[in-house]
Design a protein around this ligand. Structure first.
Ligand SMILES: [Mg+2]
Length: 398
């Protein structure tokens, strides 16, 4: 059965008061209190404010001195940027486990093009729900999701859904969502543009949409006038544009109970490679560089990467390389809480490539994929994994 493409294939995921939530995760005494992360000294500035602090008027980029005056019981926490970078990496790995088409907009926010997941989800909203619950479960952090036809609407939707929410702007209902909003919610409307619009008597997106485009061009300049008019009608053609470094696809899992045994860790690696292979086939990608990630119980994270002789998307190739990388990691002294595997240096699998002896295995892998599509992920497991899956589920970590 062929399904029509998603009418709302773009997600904007934005973590909620990111730095504050990372600090709260690590220090639960900060929960439910007004918190500002930033410089604590005399000249410090607020980098991130909790919603409790925002309710008292505290905003980011505000001098900390002023924030303390606005909010008497404000808890000020100094920033730990290395920690935020790690959390950002974890969050983006989750995004990339859904699609390689991830465009980072900042440390804690990205656009995702999920058109390629059509066969696996009835509605793009389900992908958003799953991403939010994985963010919670695997990073302990809340994120909001906007789902829409394009990037512009998806971003407005996630802003509207905040904090800790999800909003889909259904195709066809865009104007209804957009037109009551104030013009200041549109991209590119800063102080100067909003003053110019105010002089024209335009306060809402709806008013902007019903203004003659020529008037807008004359008063705002041709480029800005045209852009705002298009946005007011929900038009935005920009594709999700993954930047070079971000072109990767990965699978990882944090376990409820740490893995203390190398063979269990290898079995998890194999399971991830099979899943990764399926995802890469689904989006028609081959990868050239394989990366393995292991996080220990004490949160130290180790990365190893290997450039393969040939680009591949077979689970077997990836597992072989991954096991070689694991051999280089000391797994005997500490238990492992997370295992991940990813591929970078992606190319299209339809591109001409040298045929190797792998292609026989690819046929097998294709057959496995077909069975998965029909019967679900547990239907066919490589023999080695089938042998160990029982001990994994016994440990309650599957
Ligand atoms: Mg954010």
């Amino acid at each position: 059965m062929k399904r029509a493409p998603f009418t709302e294939p773009i997600l904007h995921v934005d973590m909620d008061s990111f730095f504050v939530e990372v600090e709260r995760r690590d220090d639960p005494s900060l929960r439910d209190r007004p918190v500002a992360v930033g410089g604590t000294g005399d000249r410090g500035v607020v980098a991130s404010a909790s919603y409790e602090a925002r309710a008292n008027g505290v905003t980011s980029a505000m001098p900390m001195r002023y924030a303390r005056r606005l909010c008497r019981d404000l808890v000020v926490v100094s920033a730990h940027h290395a920690k935020y970078r790690q959390a950002s990496e974890d969050v983006f790995s989750i995004f990339r486990s859904f699609t390689p088409l991830v465009e980072g907009a900042s440390i804690d926010e990205a656009f995702l093009d999920i058109s390629g997941l059509r066969l696996h989800y009835e509605d793009p909203e389900q992908v958003g729900v799953e991403i939010r619950s994985r963010l919670r479960a695997e990073t302990g952090l809340p994120g909001s999701v906007g789902v829409a036809r394009n990037k512009f609407l998806a971003k407005l939707a996630s802003e509207t859904a905040k904090p800790d929410g999800l909003l889909k702007v259904a195709a066809g209902a865009e104007v209804e969502f957009l037109h009551p909003l104030p013009v200041t919610r549109l991209w590119g409307v800063g102080a100067a543009t909003s003053a110019a619009l105010e002089r024209l008597g335009i306060a809402t997106v709806g008013a902007l949409a019903s203004a003659p485009v020529e008037t807008l061009r004359r008063h705002l300049g041709s480029t800005m006038g045209t852009m705002l008019y298009d946005l007011a009608w929900g038009k935005d053609e920009r594709p999700v544009d993954p930047d070079g470094a971000a072109k990767s696809i990965s699978v990882e899992q944090t376990y409820e109970q740490d893995l203390a045994d190398r063979s269990l860790i290898e079995a998890e690696l194999l399971r991830h490679c099979v899943k990764l292979s399926g995802r890469m086939r689904r989006v028609g990608k081959l990868g050239k560089v394989l990366a393995v990630k292991v996080r220990f119980a004490d949160f130290e994270t180790v990365h190893r990467r290997l450039t393969l002789a040939d680009s591949t998307n077979t689970g077997r190739d990836m597992f072989r390389a991954g096991v070689a990388l694991l051999a280089d990691i000391d797994l005997d002294r500490r238990a492992v809480r997370l295992v991940g595997v990813g591929m970078t240096d992606l190319s299209d699998s339809t591109a001409p490539r040298q045929l190797t002896t792998h292609h026989e295995w690819e046929n097998v892998a294709d057959a496995v994929d077909q069975v998965h599509r029909r019967f679900g992920d547990q239907a066919v497991l490589p023999a080695r994994l089938a042998a160990t899956s029982e001990s994994i589920s016994e440990r309650g970590v599957s």
